[in-house]
Design a protein around this ligand. Structure first.
Ligand code: SF4
Length: 216
């Protein structure tokens, strides 16, 4: 089971937040956000990007990870610059957006209040992250965006966080995959210049070098 049901209730606080949002914004997605795959399907995925959780007015509104808010602008522009995405996204899911050998998901699939999932919620939703990773037979590299995503992915791969610490533009081998980490491309990190487009670009350049060096 790689994707939660639209009415997943494993995390009562997040479920209640989503139900409130369904009343406030009835036209929005307001549910767990599914992994976005290339058109060729999950077996074509060589690179997985793991964010933290859906943004309130981004993925929680549109139903697609990193689509509809500021953090997605930098992510999709960077993917496009490295040949990992093409086209543009619109409200219609049948738009021209295409991912190339890349999938995008979140460590926590439901929008949390104030963008802050609890430890229990992160641990609970990891079952879906682990299942998603285990289904990707061609997967070789993972990029984690932010410390929470990094820690949850390390644990999903059966590793210890102390042995694979988070660091911007750091990478480590774990569970047969190369795990690259980056500061999250959130509006806050971009506005404070904790993460610049050049810094983000450097992470993807390393990943592309790794993928070309290790062609299957
Ligand atoms: S965060 Fe994950 S486990 Fe928790 S309710 Fe949402 S989909 Fe279910």
């Amino acid at each position: 089971m790689t994707e939660p049901d639209h009415d997943c209730g494993f995390c009562p606080r997040l479920r209640s937040f989503i139900l409130d949002n369904r009343k406030r914004h009835p036209g929005w997605h307001n549910g767990p956000v599914r992994t976005l795959y290339p058109r060729e399907g999950l077996q074509a995925v060589e690179l997985l990007i793991v964010g933290l959780a859906p943004g309130m007015r981004g993925a929680n509104r549109t139903g697609r990870p990193f689509i509809g808010d500021h953090s997605g602008d930098l992510l999709y522009a960077t993917l496009g610059a490295h040949g990992l995405a093409s086209g543009s996204f619109e409200a219609d899911t049948d738009d021209s957006l295409r991912l190339e050998k890349t999938a995008i998901t979140n460590a926590v699939r439901c929008v949390p209040p104030e963008n802050k999932p609890s430890g229990t919620e992160i641990n609970t939703c990891r079952a879906f992250l682990s299942a998603t990773i285990s289904q990707m037979e061609s997967l070789r590299a993972i990029i984690t965006l932010g410390k929470i995503s990094h820690h949850s992915t390390v644990r999903a791969l059966g590793g210890k966080v102390s042995a694979h610490p988070f660091g911007h533009n750091a990478h480590t081998s774990i569970g047969g995959f190369e795990l690259f980490s980056s500061y999250h491309c959130s509006r806050y990190n971009i506005n404070t210049r904790r993460l610049t487009p050049n810094m983000f670009n450097a992470v993807f350049a390393d990943v592309i070098r790794f993928l070309s060096r290790t062609q299957p």
